[in-house]
Design a protein around this ligand. Sequence first.
Ligand code: A3P
Length: 292
Amino acid sequence: MDLSKEFLFKHKGAYFRSDLTTAEYIDSLEDFEIRDSDVFVVTYPKSGTAWTQNILSLIYHEGHRDGTENMVTKIRVPWLEYNLDKMDYVNRPSPRLFSTHLPYHLIPRDLKSKRAKVIYVARNPKDVMVSYFHFFKLIYTTEQIPEFNVFLERFLAGAVLPCSWLDYVGDWYNHRDEFNILFITYEEMKKDLRGSVLKICKFLGKQLDEKVLDTVVEMATFENMKTDCRANYVQMEHDQPKQDNVHFLRKGTIGDWKNTLTVAQSEKFDNAFKEKMKDLPFRFIWDINEDI
Ligand code: A3P
């Protein structure tokens, strides 16, 4: 079965969830008004979005205990192109925090004014692909999930939401001069969470005292996020109980791709991606034991 035909629609070169947004809404975002104080988390899916949403939220809210304790991440840092909770984005109080998987060419025009801040999180694409494949267990039934081999072909061909990983990352990076943007990798966050939180704070112009910083780092570890129902997307498991014992926060590590890809599949991936990845500036690591 071709899932992309059932659940996704293609618009201006990108795929979107047909149950969650429309082409008209995507088009309207071009004119979405940006404020200086807006902060956007930009990611290709499965690159650490929920993690960064939580860190941002902790920096802006929880660390300071200002009353957002019981709000889930998707409300605190909602999706621009998927307004899941029908929020009034235009009139939200500042600072507005948003997440998006929009490719560069579909983002609000105003964002290129360099006023708002953009945090781009990249992750090594083999882990992205494997995480993506397992994510299907949360949204599709067993019969609907393609074999890994089929998913691999689709991923390499860019026939997944929102588009090809290479195009997505490459476009955002090649247009970096148009944005006030911080690039950070999942791998550096995993290897040095405290350093990464500090880096994000510095970019945001936020100075946290040591105690608050400790709290942010502590609450952003995989182990703590996994049991934090505000940050672990457990509601997805409840909303769509497709398979038992499947969690949004799954492994949370570097190199899990080795547990899914065969040697032949890994070589196929390398042949399609590795040469082209040389143009990207990111220092990905492919195993948790490698130094960053
Ligand atoms: P895995 O499926 O490899 O475990 P996204 O939020 O962009 O969809 O990314 C989801 C991936 O980020 C999942 O990867 C998830 O486990 C991982 N993740 C979320 N929070 C994390 C954390 N605190 N530390 C490490 N990985 C985390």
